[in-house]
Design a protein around this ligand. Structure first.
Ligand code: NAD
Length: 493
């Protein structure tokens, strides 16, 4: 058992699979362990599902979609259930945040005030959208015709999510899926299954009909793969690495061509121009690269700083990075440990590669403490654009700083990446901001800010950062099929 300030000992959710409104054991009885990255101790075991459990969950979701009470509800009744779920998330926010911090290592204040608060907000936003999903009357065809479109729920949605914002990203998916009227088979990352299991309790308490939301915990190559290949799943919404995104696309192509949304990795540029407000750009850039210990798909990890402001910026940025508190995530720090041993090793390996490539480590670069997967906030200089650490997503608290001279040069270098998730621009010149923003090939561009997200604003990538959108009304369309209806009246009306 793990203890913490709010909940001693930790109150665990049910650790079975949640299928068809019931907690059930996997067909093949197996468990996986989940580990607290701050202590390296086992928190508990949870059920390890397999493709057999996915089959059962999909059958339940299909039945609920085709014939269950969900199918007969009005949009407003669906909305009412989602509003209830949002309220329950808020009422249980300390429990959810405690689970998230224990499982993932993120600071408790962040889990509470960002992850869980934004999750409630997301579900509430989509609750308010259920009755605003509208087709169109198409005018202008032949006089004898009446033509309209109907936006229909696509069917059973498979939702596969990563470990960096486990609860929030699951809510980003189930919000629009349920608002559209889909049913869901979800799989949370095996590294952080606890908050998703807690969500099942809240789904139960809110009163969603059986089979509408199902969760199969387990590994990616088994449960995730079975979801991606399943012929009776109509849509996959995936957030995770570009490598697995490709596998999901392939699986869809080789099975039933299910509709796919992919939110993948990034290596986002953050550009600081000479005329930027120094304090604002430093604080925005610190947030952009180090928040969540750098385990953010949109992290602004390639910092391009113009030569006139370079020395001042680097000095202040280094001071601010040095001042970040790293430690036990329940003790008011800014950075907790990385989420898993495997990921910690990956980040340390990138730092070793960087050193071999000849980068200068001007801050950090080492493990902090013998217990827990802590990495010091790190700054790398003298990085060439074609080095591995400049090109690949490190997904840790590591900033690469580059110097640039001209607008044209920085646009070219910023776009010189396989990714296109996000970008930042710091300048006080509106013309520069617009000119550069238009040229950046990225799904989100922050100007004089870095990292702001909100339910109203679509989020998703360009290039190999994926396609499709989470959040906003755009996300709902990802879970809808558009039907065109043409009525021939035989004569002009
Ligand atoms: P991952 O791709 O390893 O795993 C993501 C999910 O996919 C997990 O649930 C995993 O179990 C599952 N999975 C693994 N193999 C699978 C397979 N063969 N078939 C189906 N599912 C499989 O990613 P991760 O390490 O959990 O998360 C980090 C990555 O996620 C980073 O690349 C990061 O940039 C990306 N990410 C992107 C966004 C975004 O919105 N674009 C947000 C957060 C994280």
């Amino acid at each position: 058992m793990v203890s913490n300030p709010n909940d001693t000992p930790l109150r665990l959710p049910n650790t079975k699979l949640f299928i068809n409104g019931k907690w059930v054991d996997p067909v093949v009885p197996k468990t996986l362990v989940t580990i607290n990255p701050a202590t390296e101790k086992v928190i508990c075991e949870v059920s390890e599902g397999s493709s057999k459990d996915v089959d059962i969950a999909v059958a339940a979701a299909r039945e609920a979609f085709e014939n269950g009470p969900w199918n007969k509800m009005t949009a407003q009744q669906r909305g009412k259930l989602l509003f209830k779920l949002a309220d329950l998330i808020e009422q249980n926010k300390e429990w959810l945040a405690t689970l998230e911090t224990t499982d993932n290592g993120k600071p408790y204040s962040m889990a509470l005030d960002f992850d869980v608060a934004q999750s409630a907000d997301t579900i509430r936003y989509f609750a308010s959208m259920t009755d605003k999903i509208q087709g169109k009357l198409i005018q202008g065809s032949e006089q004898k015709l009446t033509v309209y479109t109907r936006h229909e729920a696509v069917g059973v949605a498979g939702c596969i999510t990563p470990w960096n914002f486990p609860f929030l990203l699951l809510c980003w998916k189930i919000g629009p899926a349920l608002a559209a009227g889909c049913t869901v088979v979800a799989k949370q990352s095996e590294i952080t299954p606890l908050s998703a299991l807690a969500l099942c309790h809240l789904v139960e308490e809110a009163g969603f009909p059986a089979g509408v939301f199902n969760l199969v915990t387990g590994y990616g190559h088994t449960v995730g793969d079975a979801i991606a290949r399943h012929p009776d799943i109509d849509k996959i919404s995936f957030t995770g690495s570009t490598r697995v995104g490709r596998l999901i696309m392939e699986a869809s192509g080789k099975s039933n061509l299910k509709k796919v949304t992919l939110e993948l990795g990034g290596k986002s540029p953050n550009i600081i121009f000479d005329d930027a407000d120094l304090d604002q750009s430093v604080m925005g850039s610190i947030f952009g690269v180090y928040i969540n210990s750098g385990q953010c798909c949109a992290a602004g990890s390639r910092l391009f700083v113009q030569e006139g402001i370079y020395d001042k910026f680097v000095e202040k940025f280094t001071e601010a990075a040095k001042a970040l508190k790293v430690g036990d995530p329940f003790t008011g720090v800014t950075l907790g440990p990385l989420a898993s041993k495997e990921h910690f090793d990956r980040v340390m390996n990138y730092l070793a590669i960087g050193r071999k490539e000849g980068v200068k480590v001007s801050l950090g670069g080492e493990r902090l403490s013998n217990v827990g997967y802590y990495v010091q906030p790190t700054i790398l200089h003298e990085v060439n654009d074609d080095m591995c650490v400049a090109k690949e997503e490190i997904f840790g608290p590591v900033a690469c700083i580059f110097k640039f001279k001209t607008v044209e040069e920085v646009i070219k270098r910023a776009n010189d990446t396989q990714y296109g998730l996000a970008a930042g621009i710091f300048t006080t010149n509106l013309n520069t901001a617009h000119r550069v923003e238009k040229k950046l090939r990225a799904g989100t561009v922050w100007i004089n800010d870095y990292g702001y997200v909100n339910s109203l604003i679509p989020f998703g990538g360009y290039k190999q950062s994926g396609f499709g959108k989470d959040l906003s009304e755009y996300a709902i369309q990802e879970y809808c099929s558009v039907k065109s209806v043409i009525i021939n009246h035989g004569q002009a009306l």
